[in-house]
Design a protein around this ligand. Structure first.
Ligand code: UDX
Length: 439
């Protein structure tokens, strides 16, 4: 099949590349010439395991191409994916200007039937706006060309996006006419494994499904974070409680890990957007509003522990941070807890030595305006002379560190672990003052 992907960011690039991998012809468009130049030279502008080789392989095979030319890209695909950004507006609602601009571009240049697919996470009702925009533009052109608008939300996890796309739990497709349903079934049937994983539904249900999935997952995390904080006061161990409830198949083990708060490009944005959709439609989502508030507080939980140990005024203190990205295996710093933690430590007078296996460069960019932050090349070097080690992201290389060396390099043996990486009894037995989440 011939496919155009509009927006070569994270979602667009993964979508386009995986569809090419299945033998389709794919053309990816982006307005940023620098990004397209990198892609054409076989590089990728983001960090995602496995994507690099897959892009190279499909470009070499002639199935995947990149362009900044709107007319050329619209002419290319029978299916037009819209995978542009939907950044939150000031009130938390998603800004649709890029989605609607893409719709206008498609309508401006199309000359035969197109299936227009919303891949971006968009508020319920956006497909209608996309449809209206295309219809209005075609009418202005005096062109009578058929088209369908489909919602096909993505459920990709950063760091596992290729696997998620190639072996999906489910493919949600909101489509309301037979022609579009048929095209989408053909597109996704190679991704079915042993049973039918395509869930066809109406467009609005598909749009809401995406928000519902992320909001539910975020709710689980905030619930566990609040419970963890309570467990600390009660003298219970949240890790045992987690296993105790996870064993109930109705609850399950996933996404019950308490920590330093959730971040990333999806949960915070989608929770905000759904809260705002609820408000606008006269159905305030009280549970979800609390999920957001709890997460804001949780991001500062490690600083609360620092303050409890070292006092309100941290002048002259130095803290090591291990892990800056919002989760392991990515360099993504969007809404990362480390940002809030570092800013607050510095505001209180401390200096920071930060280490991350891949996100340091990106972190130095987003923290450019914060004085007193050094980025270390080596996780152990970051410890020298610090008052405590704070662990914010659970990279694998932090799992089994040389504790002797940690103790020798820190000023005092204090570990404040925001991801419950270690067995408390063991670490305390080594002479550390070990503060974790909920235990
Ligand atoms: C998420 C969804 O999982 C994915 O389906 C959706 O398409 C996009 O949003 P992603 O943001 O890449 O994916 O990361 P994810 O692994 O879900 O983690 C999100 C955040 O939650 C991270 O900050 C992580 O540290 C935190 N988290 C996750 C917890 O604190 N506890 C958990 O148990 C799980």
């Amino acid at each position: 099949m011939k496919i155009t992907v509009i927006g070569s960011g994270y979602v667009g690039l993964v979508t386009g590349t995986c569809l090419a991998e299945m033998g389709n012809q794919v053309c990816c468009l982006d307005v940023d010439p620098a990004k397209i130049a990198i892609l054409r030279q076989g590089g990728i502008p983001i960090y995602e395991p496995g994507l690099d080789e897959m892009v190279k392989r499909n470009v070499a095979a002639g199935r995947l191409s990149f362009t900044t030319d709107v007319a050329e890209s619209v002419a290319f695909g029978d299916i037009q994916f819209i995978a542009v950004g939907t950044p939150p507006d000031e009130d938390g609602s998603a800004d649709l200007q890029y989605v609607l601009a893409a719709a206008r571009n498609i309508a401006e240049h199309m000359d035969d039937y197109k299936v227009v697919v919303d891949k971006s996470t968009v508020p319920v009702g956006t497909a209608d706006k996309v449809r209206d925009t295309i219809a209005a533009t075609l009418a202005r052109r005096g062109a009578d060309i058929p088209f369908s608008v489909v919602s096909n939300p993505e459920f990709l996890k950063e760091g596992a996006a290729i696997e998620d796309f190639m072996k999906p739990d489910r493919v949600v497709v909101g489509a309301e006419d037979e022609r579009a349903i048929d095209v989408m079934r053909r597109l996704y049937s190679p991704f079915q494994r042993n049973h039918d994983r395509i869930l066809f539904m109406d467009v609005r249900s598909a749009e809401l499904t995406k928000y519902a999935a992320n909001a539910m997952l975020a709710t689980r995390i905030s619930f566990m974070n609040e419970l963890a904080n309570l467990a600390e006061t009660l003298g219970a161990d949240i890790e045992l409680v987690r296993r105790g409830i996870g064993s109930d198949p109705r609850i399950g083990y996933h996404f019950l890990y308490p920590g330093a708060g959730y971040g990333g490009s999806c949960f915070p944005k989608d929770v905000k957007a759904l809260v705002s959709i609820g408000k606008e439609n006269g159905h305030p989502l009280r549970v979800l509003a609390a999920v957001e508030a709890a997460n804001d507080a949780q991001k500062l939980r490690l600083v609360d522990k620092v303050v409890a140990r070292f006092g309100e005024d941290l002048s002259g203190r130095r803290f090591t941070i291990w892990g800056l990205a919002f989760k392991p295996n990515t360099d993504d710093m969007r809404e990362a807890s480390s940002r809030v933690i570092i800013r607050e430590l510095v505001r209180r007078g401390a200096s920071v030595a930060a280490f991350d296996p891949v996100a340091s460069h990106e972190a130095s960019r987003v923290l450019e305006d914060v004085a007193g932050v050094d980025f270390a090349e080596d996780m152990m070097d970051a410890l020298d002379g610090a008052d405590a080690l704070l662990i914010v992201t659970e990279w694998k290389q932090f799992r089994s560190p040389d504790f002797e060396q940690i103790r020798a390099r820190l000023k005092a043996p204090v570990i404040i672990d925001g991801r419950n990486m270690y067995d408390p009894a063991w670490v305390r037995g080594l002479g550390f003052d070990y503060l974790a989440i909920g235990r």
